[in-house]
Design a protein around this ligand. Structure first.
Ligand code: ZN
Length: 288
């Protein structure tokens, strides 16, 4: 099945009280592991690409070529959206051009008027080309591509203003953070989430920084209107841990253990296990 935008899968998720996972990709192994697991679990899935990861993978066209090739080569039949994560205005335009099916425009660092103006313009382009678009209000804490922010709580009235522009999904800061959560983290602000949901109605809400949020908080967030959850760091940590064990056990020194297809296999399997666990937790299995 060719790439689809994220509108239908998220509308269904919001109505069905589950969430679709966005798993960020970094290379071929990441992409393959995520697609195979989504197919195995009959779950819709969103592949996230940050601007940094896009650059690393030799540009957005290379990413589109790789993902489209895999959908065909691996016989993937579940709905898959290819989504720009935390896009700049220019990055969003480049991804639309390159063939992504969904973009996020992160204008959360702009004053609200400028965020609205730029989001509005991109909404019009996405509508015309059939892409879905995510907007963000209230910056999400932690580090993403070198930008460090403290976890803010979004203003529900500003969320309503952005939602009314016709975006497909909305990321609202509710005290969530990218990367590992500090030991003294205050937790998600369900009060903010409930207020945002109240103002934005059927709009699918997005929870960034899904790594390390306890399962009960994830479930509560889904019950309060979160329909898309972003997972990135957790797959990286799983890959790192499995690869470290392989090397430390000296497996790369045995026989053809140096073969990259063997060397990267434990890490790839670890990504699969993480994605499987998340799809189960988010409730999107058998919702393709
Ligand atoms: Zn994010």
């Amino acid at each position: 099945m060719p790439l689809v935008n994220a509108k239908e899968m998220l509308t269904k998720a919001k109505a069905g009280h589950y969430a679709v996972g966005q798993f960020n990709i970094n290379n071929l192994e990441w992409t393959k592991s995520i697609l195979l697991t989504a197919q195995e679990m009959n779950s819709p899935v969103i592949l996230g690409v940050s601007e940094g990861a896009g650059k690393y993978m030799c540009g957005y066209k290379t990413v589109v070529g790789m993902v489209e090739g895999m959908l065909e080569g691996l016989n993937i039949t579940v709905p898959v959206a290819l989504h720009l994560d935390h896009g700049s205005y220019e990055g969003a335009k480049a991804c639309i051009e390159a063939g992504f099916s969904s973009i996020m425009f992160d204008g959360s660092h702009y004053p609200i008027d400028e965020n609205i103006a730029k989001t509005k313009e991109l909404v019009a382009i996405c509508e015309e080309k059939g892409l879905s678009i995510e907007a963000e209000v209230g910056s999400i804490g932690g580090e993403e591509d070198g930008v460090v922010g403290a976890g803010e709580c979004a203003d529900p009235d500003e969320c309503k203003m952005i939602a009314d522009l016709g975006v497909t999904m909305l990321a609202a800061g509710i005290g969530n953070i990218h990367g590992k959560y500090p030991a003294n983290w205050a937790g998600l602000s369900f009060e903010t989430l409930a207020a945002v949901q109240e103002k934005t109605g059927t709009m699918p809400l997005v929870l960034h920084g899904g790594t390390g949020i306890p399962a009960d908080m994830i479930k509560k967030a889904i019950s309060l209107g979160v329909s898309k959850i972003n997972v990135n760091t957790e797959c990286q940590l799983a890959f790192q841990d499995a690869t470290r064990k392989y090397i430390e056990a000296g497996k790369d020194l045995e026989g053809k253990g140096f073969d990259p297809r063997k060397l990267l296999a434990p890490g790839s399997e670890a990504i699969k296990a993480t994605v499987r666990e998340k799809i189960e937790l988010f409730g999107s299995a058998n919702k393709a």
